[in-house]
Design a protein around this ligand. Structure first.
Ligand code: CR6
Length: 830
């Protein structure tokens, strides 16, 4: 009875002695208990890694307390919830972030030092959770942090890949990929929910049945797999709210196939069942295209099906009428990867809940919103019809039904404009008939957004022009943001302390607009001194890392010039390298006296190439070949060094970004949907050398052109430059000279680099490296000039941080909550 339960709860609370305590002594006791009972080592002998494990469990306990309270609170208040569906999350490490969000950083450091351990050393023991490729995946992680911090009733859903993004190993300058079996040493940040499981169906046939005189469809699956939930608590900062990132792992289904067992082939039957686990075993490492792979499609449906069963179960626990679903649930599609959720919701409503088609479609269109993260039409996901038909036969029928409804509606509005109808159709006819997931997502979502203003405009005027003209009200812009908790507080503690000191408050950690207050002191000499000191400390940390990974000693007086991101032709790492070769060539040809005027540079490049992306891999090799030459040229000395940082990931970024003086965001205008790295550098007071692409256009508005180094063709000029080609493009002689050097084998590997050189010469220079080269060099020269004037540089640096507030994911999430999801904060009482 409920009376018994209350009495039991009270008795338990008494026994528990209240909540866990956070003073250093209590923390020490808990750490030691975990050493003994969880890690199973003696309290008198454990190493750094074991101490990290014990500390993590001690923090995890505290997260769980808050997480329980939050979930109970959400259940009691029953607010409208947002469900963020994403196939990728780049969480990186969790320990420091959790401790900071819990507000117990100092207590933990004290507790550890009394036990003879150093917090920073233990934090380094943790491996990265790299369940994603790049910007999109880290964005999901930043947004989860903001959702928790801002008290929104939110859930993240995703896949628990056993192998995260591959490890990059460089051998002789070439990239090799190695599997990232990240769970090898256990993962204290997740909680396995053995009882939260759902069956997920695949293959089979669709049959018709009649019940109460009505015909309906039944999907008879050919295969069944079990989805098991792994919950990752995500703590907010300055709040008790701790939300859930629920990741699904595939397990063999418990529904026994009696036939197979009875025929006596026991071993084969078990082995076949075991194969189910492969569904969640590996992350696809290509962030350009995901087309036509059955396993990828299986992953998408697996995650969508389990998440929706979970979401509907939660809804039904308290609500009967599915027409209320849109009042309680918002589903966010992070790119088209989870777009199968649309036909899946339709299938559940029509086939299982027996709602009428129109009623079901009405509900569906009210719950979905869709974010697209790309500019390139060719990067939009398409699923071959054959594949869908065999794996998800009922979903294909539903998509066809949606499409005929869509086409009818279109014909009513635009008549028989067949070209336009076929452009907009969800079904693409052609050599391989396929389903356009973006068209499906746009038609069935109430809002569609781009990830920067420029990107959102390009969606309206180019990529989805037809759709925009039809439903302008659907289209929105949600400029990306990054969390200052991870990207300043965790990764740059000295800057964090400095900002708080000068603003006289730590409130900016929750209220980022306060950073603007730094503008007032931008010219203050004592702030300058402290600012420079902080930057020096961070450069030192980075220099040590460079020495440890590449053996190269670098001077702290040099400008640290960084480009870190996935390797892509459109991101133009090649432009950077060609610029470096040019700089090298200039220094070599300079008179001794002139060399004194050269601003010394450490050029740092890092990033992974998709395993099948040949040109990207050649760029990595070229970078190494050039570095080999320059770094060993005694003529050059400290004036120029080139370093490739291997295995770039979130925790490496946390170390590099605070130590960078200059960072490069140099994509050909119109290609980077947003870019988020630039925001992290900006927050950390690193100056940007950039094209007016993606979110940099908005950064210019915040800090002004004078505080960064802008160059290159603008979006509207790019098309003309490509069209008119050599008649208007002025490729400087220096550019041709550098390309010639590479072609002639100046850096070795002559044959290997020819095809790379082909991509940047003449009419093949699609990304306009040649056309932008001159203005690139001018921007570089301006950066050199500014660096010599440290007063000016420091002021620009302070103004960069001060102007970075708009690029916090708190602002992004606030915009989504108000304009897209219609949700309100639901704060758990302390
Ligand atoms: N590769 C965009 O290219 C954007 C992020 C996050 C990307 C990048 O400009 O900042 O998404 N797109 O919105 C995709 O992943 C499809 C990315 O990370």
């Amino acid at each position: 009875s409920s009376l018994d339960r209350t009495a039991k709860a009270e008795r338990m609370f008494e026994l528990m002695d209240g909540f866990l305590k956070n003073d250093p002594v209590s923390l020490q006791k808990d750490i030691l208990d975990h050493v003994e009972y969880t890690v199973a080592r003696s309290r008198f002998s454990f190493d750094d890694f074991e101490a990290y494990q014990a500390l993590s469990h001690c923090i995890r306990d505290r997260l769980i307390e808050r997480w329980h309270d939050t979930q109970i609170h959400f259940k009691r208040k029953d607010p409208k919830r947002v469900y963020f569906l994403s196939l990728e999350y780049l969480m990186g490490r969790s320990l420091s972030n959790s401790i900071i969000n819990l507000g117990i950083r100092d207590q933990c450091a004290d507790a550890l030092s009394q036990l003879g351990f150093e917090f920073e050393v233990l934090a380094e023991q943790e491996g990265d959770a790299a369940l994603g490729n790049g910007g999109l995946a880290r964005l999901s992680a930043c947004q989860m942090d903001s959702l928790a911090t801002m008290d929104f009733p939110a859930w993240g859903y995703g896949l628990r890949y056993q192998y995260g993004l591959f490890r990059q190993v460089i051998l002789d300058g070439f990239q090799h990929e190695q599997p990232d079996y990240w769970l090898n040493f256990g993962n204290p940040w997740e909680i396995e929910r053995v009882h939260v499981t759902y069956p997920v169906k695949f293959y089979g046939t669709v049959e018709e049945d009649i019940s109460n005189g009505e015909k309906y469809k039944v999907w008879i699956p050919g295969e069944m797999v079990e989805a098991v939930a792994y919950d990752n608590p995500i703590p907010g900062y300055g709040t008790r709210n701790t939300i859930t990132l629920r990741l699904w792992a595939a397990k063999p289904s418990n529904q026994h196939d009696m036939e197979a067992y009875n025929t006596g082939d026991y071993i084969d039957a078990v082995v076949t069942r075991q194969r189910a686990e492969t569904i969640s075993s590996i992350l696809y490492p290509d962030d350009r295209s995901h087309q036509g792979k059955e396993l990828r499609l299986k992953q998408q449906y697996f995650f969508v099906s389990a998440s929706l069963q979970d979401i509907i179960r939660r809804f039904k626990d308290g609500h009967k009428d599915l027409n209320q679903f849109p009042d309680k649930v918002a589903l966010q599609l992070n790119d088209t990867h989870p777009a199968l959720a649309i036909p899946e919701v339709m299938r559940i409503l029509v086939d299982e809940e027996r709602l009428g088609w129109n009623e079901a479609f009405d509900i569906t269109c009210k719950i979905f919103s869709f974010t697209t993260h790309t500019v390139l039409a060719e990067a939009l996901e398409k699923i071959p019809v054959d594949l869908l038909e065999s794996l998800l036969p009922r979903h294909l029928q539903i998509i066809y039904d949606i499409n005929s409804y869509f086409m009818e509606e279109l014909k009513r509005r635009i008549g028989l404009d067949y070209n336009r109808l076929s452009r907009m159709s969800i079904v693409e006819e052609g050599a391989v008939k396929s389903i356009r997931m973006a068209n499906l997502s746009i038609f069935c979502s109430h809002t569609v957004n781009g990830v920067s203003r420029l990107h959102s405009e390009l969606l309206q005027t180019r990529v989805f022009k037809d759709f925009y003209e039809m439903w302008p009200e659907k289209f929105q812009c949600k400029t990306n943001g990054v969390t200052q908790r991870r990207w300043i507080v965790v990764s740059n503690p000295s800057l964090c302390a400095l900002i708080s000191k000068w603003l006289g408050t730590e409130s900016w950690i929750r209220d980022i607009d306060l950073l603007m207050g730094l503008r007032e002191y931008a010219a203050d000499i004592s702030l300058h001194q402290e600012w420079q000191m902080v930057r020096k400390i961070n450069k030192m940390r980075l220099a040590e890392y460079i020495e440890a990974t590449s053996g190269l000693k670098v001077s702290l007086d040099a400008m640290f010039d960084v480009q870190i991101k996935r390797i892509h032709e459109y991101k133009r790492q090649l432009l950077n390298i060609i610029g470096i070769i040019h700089r090298y060539d200039c220094i070599k040809n300079m008179a001794k006296d002139d060399r004194k005027k050269v601003v010394p540079r450490i050029c740092i490049i890092g990033g992974k190439a998709a395993p099948g992306y040949e040109m990207a891999k050649k760029i990595i090799k070229l970078c190494h070949a050039v570095a080999e030459k320059i770094n060993n040229d005694s003529d050059i000395g400290d004036l120029l060094k080139l370093v490739f940082i291997p295995d770039y990931n979130v925790s490496v970024a946390e170390m590099i970004i605070p130590g960078a003086d200059l960072s490069q965001h140099i994509s050909t205008a119109g290609h980077e949907a947003s870019g988020t790295g630039c925001m992290k550098f900006l927050m950390n007071g690193c100056l940007l050398l950039a094209t007016a692409d993606g979110s940099t256009v908005e950064i210019i508005e915040e800090i002004g052109e004078d505080n960064m180094f802008l160059f290159g063709a603008k979006v509207h000029e790019v098309a003309t430059l490509r069209e008119k080609g050599s008649t208007i493009v002025k490729v400087p002689l220096q550019f041709a000279r550098v390309v010639r050097m590479v072609r002639d084998g100046y850096f070795g590997f002559q044959d290997y680099f020819q095809s790379l050189c082909d991509t940047v010469e003449g009419s093949d220079d699609y990304y306009l490296l040649g056309a932008d080269f001159e203005s690139y060099l001018e921007a570089q020269a301006a950066a050199d000039k500014a660096f010599v004037d440290q007063k000016k540089w420091t002021q620009m640096s302070i103004l960069s941080t001060a102007g970075s507030g708009r690029f916090s994911s708190d602002r992004t999430i606030q915009d989504y909550a108000e304009q897209t999801w219609g949700i309100e904060p639901c704060r758990c009482p302390l």
